[in-house]
Design a protein around this ligand. Structure first.
Ligand SMILES: CC(C)(COP(=O)(O)OP(=O)(O)OC[C@H]1O[C@@H](n2cnc3c(N)ncnc32)[C@H](O)[C@@H]1OP(=O)(O)O)[C@@H](O)C(=O)NCCC(=O)NCCS
Length: 199
């Protein structure tokens, strides 16, 4: 599996002072931080992309968290077709800058066209520019390994994961000059719900 074809037409620029804006693009998608008037479109996106899972309470709470949360949207054909959130978190007793990726959603009609990958990569590049050390995600390794995420046994997720999900807790080191992190992952209030960490 490869995303190269999907990304070939997507050029991401970080020349501007806000690393989360990708203005230069695009034949296909523009990535920018979400705005207050994106709320309705973002909520519809989650209804459509996750018909069996109600992530809206989490998404709404995260939008209220302020600058510790980076909320990016992907725009194609003037429509909001993708959304991803990165939350600033911590490792208990440490000062390293770490973030949690998720949730991530792409409108069904736009899936498998490189949009999820594009907005995630813009977010990761912005975090890297902001000296974030490591990014964590709980998700399907088949999807997240394309960004370089690998299963992480060194940092314990905030809630116990079922055995079959162990490989789903992954991390990406954005600072190769820094040693691996060890400890317990600590999340802000919106993520402190066991149900978000269980099947
Ligand atoms: C998962 C999701 C965010 C991916 O975004 P996308 O824009 O469709 O994905 P991209 O075009 O960037 O990447 C497509 C690749 O991802 C793979 N992929 C898509 N959804 C996947 C999933 N749920 N699990 C694993 N791989 C997935 C495709 O097989 C494709 O692989 P290929 O490039 O090797 O052919 C999007 O499909 C989505 O919102 N799905 C519904 C909600 C969901 O399942 N979310 C889970 C997030 S972990």
């Amino acid at each position: 599996m490869s995303l190269d074809l999907g990304l070939a037409c997507i050029r991401v620029s970080f020349d501007c002072c806000d690393p989360y804006i990708d203005e230069d693009m695009i034949e296909k998608i523009k990535t920018r931080k979400s705005l207050p008037n994106d709320v309705a479109s973002i909520e519809k996106l989650y209804w459509d992309a996750f018909p069996d899972e109600d992530l809206l309470p989490l998404v709404r709470e995260l939008q209220r968290e302020g600058p510790s949360v980076i909320s990016l949207v992907g725009i194609a054909d003037k429509a909001l077709v993708g959304h991803v959130v990165f939350t600033t978190c911590s490792i208990v007793g440490r000062t390293d800058k770490v973030a949690l990726l998720g949730p991530l959603a792409v409108a069904p009609a736009w899936q498998r066209q490189g949009i999820g990958s594009a907005i995630v990569r813009v977010g990761l590049r912005g975090l890297e520019n902001a000296d974030t050390n490591q990014v964590y995600v709980l998700g399907d390794p088949a999807y997240y390994r394309r960004f370089g995420f690998e299963p992480d046994d060194c940092v314990t997720p905030p809630y116990h994961l079922p055995e079959e999900w162990r490989g789903a807790w992954q991390s990406l080191n954005l600072r190769s000059d820094k040693p691996p992190l060890y400890g317990k992952f600590s999340v802000p209030q919106p993520w402190r719900k066991q149900a978000l960490w269980a099947p």
